[in-house]
Design a protein around this ligand. Sequence first.
Ligand code: AHG
Ligand code: MN
Ligand code: MN
Length: 330
Amino acid sequence: MPIGTTLTKFLLEEQRRYPDSTGNFTSLFSDLVIAGKILSREVNRAGLADILGATGDKNTHGEEVQKLDEFANSAIIRTMEHGGHLSAMASEEMEDIIKVDSKYPKGNYLLLFDPLDGSSNIDVNISVGTIFSIIKCDNGCDVSTKDFLQAGAEQVCAGYILYGSSTMLVYTTGHGVHGFTLDPSVGEFLLSHENIRIPEKGKIYSINEGNSRHWLPGTSMYIEKLKANEKGPSARYVGSLVADFHRNLLKGGIFLYPADKKSKNGKLRLLYEANPLSFIVEQAGGKSTTGDKRILDIVPDELHQRVPLIIGSKLDVEEAESFWKYQEAR
Ligand code: AHG
Ligand code: MN
Ligand code: MN
């Protein structure tokens, strides 16, 4: 489709390719797009609107909650709960699932989201984003936590909205990865990156080197190998997963948040971060693993489960994987 096609038109065209489609998904997705526009506006004016800084509370992971984390979380819930297509939601910021209130109709989709990824970067004007994942619940609408505990391979849609130098929405429904840029003058997301393919090999590696004293031997050996190569990759690490991932998706590269001596499951969350980005990377021709297991094959045990994540260009991830047999060496 031509560059500049509106997201609304793109979604309708996609829907028409599937004659059995009821339009429910398109309508659900359109609500999500509205949430994205609201958050884009708030992130852009955060410095003026007294929503910078921390709330003073800790979230379910023991991390400091930022005012914008809280705003984003409730804006998404408010925008999504009444559409009639969801039965429940799960948010990185909330301990339990959020069931759609009985005053609204329900549908068989479930939404999982990280309302604001990279939120420690908000106050310093560095890109942050919203990551989302949509799955189905087959047991009707009376859902419980266990309905959310599906392997990532079951996702019907995943994406993110990146609030960067411009706001971009990138998503997949399993038919390639498409990127749209928000044109603030018309208030619409316009097609800017159709059928994104991640280069098979990249020139960037992204890892928090500050953790190197905690690394397991395989991680240290792999990073040393990259550095020893004169023509080796450059390091780039913003500290917002969604921004680091997006750069590597477009330019090629590898992002690692491995298990280490301090965090035996890494830091990132399977359901809100690793699964959606893994669905996207695979659809773009890349790869995603814990080091020895495909992320999308993991059946979660709990809502807020953490997982080691190595994600990016196929050949780079495979090279990293070849070092993971040394992780146990000490
Ligand atoms: P969140 O802001 O949603 O809690 O996620 C923060 C995550 C992720 O965005 C980023 O890649 C990672 O934390 C950075 O962690 P370190 O500061 O430990 O490198
Ligand atoms: Mn996050
Ligand atoms: Mn977050």
